[in-house]
Design a protein around this ligand. Structure first.
Ligand SMILES: NC(=O)c1ccc[n+]([C@@H]2O[C@H](COP(=O)([O-])OP(=O)(O)OC[C@H]3O[C@@H](n4cnc5c(N)ncnc54)[C@H](OP(=O)(O)O)[C@@H]3O)[C@@H](O)[C@H]2O)c1
Length: 258
């Protein structure tokens, strides 16, 4: 039996994930785009808008058991995963003790553990020419006070993905860490916390559709990192040149937190 060629997108119900689904559904080599998120209603509307190539799955990926279900589903459906877009993630804009321990750890579960676990679950179903695209962030370039855990999770994703890319070279599979700057998406609303000290300045917003399109292009070129936009590229270079202490001071000044 011929295997189905699929793309899998996590965090597909809005923002950047929805743009990946839209772009991948247009690829004639892809038979199905599996769109995963928690909100069933948003997934229903996504499928209605984009079309029958989209197959929706409601799952909380910060829960290891719900993640594990996909191993059996990939086996049952006899798929070849051409694209895995590990995109689901969230941030909290606040001081370290403004959110509960559970919320802090949940951020690590989703932004880090789910990315690693889903990649490992998907890899046995990936062939030469397939791509893993892990969404990191501009926040991965330096430590960020008041976005502390989020920035650390994204530094993990960036470093993990670039090293994985080299490990996968002999299998002909690429892994690309995507590092977007600020985008006007659901992340902004979900990140908001009523507190005295919170980040509130979001300069040089990027369009999610452009970030997603560049990420797919860069992955096809075999790049291990994808950075969209002049401002974010400058920040990337400067973060390599300046001591992290200076970068953190500059961040606090930009956010009017010092
Ligand atoms: N927006 C920015 O400024 C920005 C900048 C750099 C990087 N990023 C990264 O870009 C990625 C996409 O975020 P976005 O900006 O598009 O934000 P978004 O609009 O809030 O999208 C996040 C997606 O993740 C899903 N999600 C959240 N928690 C989940 C869970 N436990 N299990 C499964 N799915 C879950 C959400 O859907 P449900 O609620 O339906 O589950 C939603 O589809 C994230 O990794 C984020 O860190 C964003």
């Amino acid at each position: 039996m011929e295997k189905k060629n699929i793309a899998v997108v996590t965090g597909a119900s809005g923002g950047l994930g929805r743009e990946f689904v839209r772009l991948l559904a247009k690829d004639p080599e892809i038979d199905e785009v599996w769109a995963i998120a928690r909100n069933e209603e948003k997934l229903y509307h996504l499928k209605k808008k984009i079309g029958k190539k989209v197959k929706t799955y409601s799952a909380d990926l910060s829960n290891r058991k719900e993640l594990q279900v996909f191993a059996a589903e990939f086996e049952r459906e006899q798929v070849s995963i051409h694209w895995l877009i590990n995109n689901a993630g969230f941030a909290k804009f606040c001081t370290y003790d403004d959110i509960s321990i559970d919320e802090s750890i949940n951020m690590i579960d989703l932004n880090v553990s789910a990315v690693v676990a889903f990649g490992l679950i998907a890899l046995p179903f990936m062939e030469r020419g397939s791509h893993i695209v892990n969404i990191a962030s501009q926040a991965s370039f330096q430590p960020l006070p008041y976005l502390n855990i989020y920035a650390a999770t994204k530094a993990f994703v960036r470093n993990y993905t670039r090293a994985l890319h080299l490990e996968l070279k002999e299998r002909g599979i690429t892994a690309t860490a995507v590092c977007p700057g600020w985008m006007q998406t659901g992340l902004m609303d979900r990140g908001h916390v009523e507190t005295a000290k919170a980040i509130s300045v979001f300069p040089f917003l990027s369009a999610p559709a452009k970030v997603a399109a560049k990420a797919l292009r860069d992955a096809k070129k075999g790049k291990d990192i994808s950075v969209y936009g002049f401002y974010v590229k400058c920040c990337h270079v400067v973060a390599k040149l300046l001591p992290q202490r200076c970068m953190m001071q500059a961040w606090l000044k930009q956010q009017k937190l010092m």
